[in-house]
Write a protein that binds this ligand. Structure first.
Ligand SMILES: Nc1ncnc2c1ncn2[C@@H]1O[C@H](COP(=O)(O)OP(=O)(O)OP(=O)(O)O)[C@@H](O)[C@H]1O
Ligand SMILES: [Mg+2]
Length: 236
């Protein structure tokens, strides 16, 4: 059964339609990726799932319950966390305070210390820098902090919006390693990426979004071998 079911959502910003009947599912424990170039509608899709935007048609279900129509904080409370594009940390707060901001929900406040420990276990560099202002961290460390903050919410589904964007190649690899590790731990993940090579390698299933519509889907291996995908996205 799909944990997340996105059922033919259409979304517009004023007069501009950004998504046309986008539908897909994510099963428990799966790592599903949405690929697409700039402006394809990737962020719009994640924001709609997160309750930041509302579809004008179609709906979103999570664990069988309708979540489209709910405000973002209720979607978060239901167990969906978004690691946003550009990280959106609190630049002048230190690492630990940024992490603590992640456990603002009543259900996660009680587990704050325990979750802090597990985030520091996963990212020892954050423990070393817990009193350092977020804005002074390197790009890779900031991405770890953004991921750590999402984990503080005890998510049942974690969504990443282009986590490797703007990072040096070695850090890109590190971010993909982290996502792969979270996936190995059994977490359910929805990833949005433009780094097609890396994303296809780690995904159980992928969807390709173009101009607000899903145009291809398949396992990472299938898409890697699909001539259309190779030509359009892999340059081969
Ligand atoms: N606030 C907004 N107002 C009007 N149009 C918007 C708004 N946000 C996004 N759009 C438009 O919706 C379309 C999809 O944008 P979206 O941000 O979802 O793309 P994306 O796939 O995430 O792109 P990128 O890879 O550049 O982040 C684009 O044409 C964009 O110009
Ligand atoms: Mg985007």
């Amino acid at each position: 059964m799909n944990v997340l079911e996105v059922d033919n959502i259409s979304v517009r910003y004023g007069d501009i339609q950004a998504l046309w009947d986008v539908g897909f599912g994510v099963r428990e424990g799966q790592l599903v990726t949405i690929l697409g170039t700039n402006g394809a509608g990737k962020t719009t899709t994640l924001k709609t799932i997160a309750g930041v935007l509302q579809p004008f048609s179609g709906n979103v279900r999570f664990n069988g319950s309708l979540i489209s129509g709910l405000p973002a904080h209720e979607v978060a409370d239901a167990g969906i966390s978004l690691v946003p594009e550009g990280r959106q940390l609190f630049p002048q707060l230190n690492v630990e305070d940024n992490l603590r901001m992640g456990s603002y929900l009543k259900r996660t406040k009680v587990r704050r210390d325990q979750n802090l420990k597990s985030v520091y276990n996963l990212f020892p560099v954050l423990a070393e820098r817990k009193k350092q202002e977020a804005q002074t961290l390197s790009g890779g460390e900031q991405q770890m902090l953004a991921i750590g903050r999402a984990l503080m919410q005890d998510p049942k589904l974690i969504m990443f919006d282009e986590p490797s964007l703007g990072l040096a190649p070695i850090l890109v690899q590190e971010v993909f390693n982290i996502i792969r590790e979270l996936s190995r731990q059994g977490r359910t993940i929805l990833l949005v990426e433009q780094n097609v090579h890396q994303a296809l390698k780690i995904s159980d299933y992928c969807y390709v979004l173009e101009n607000g519509r899903i145009v291809h889907e398949g396992t990472g291996k299938d898409l890697e071998q699909d001539p259309k995908v190779r030509e359009a996205y892999l340059g081969i």
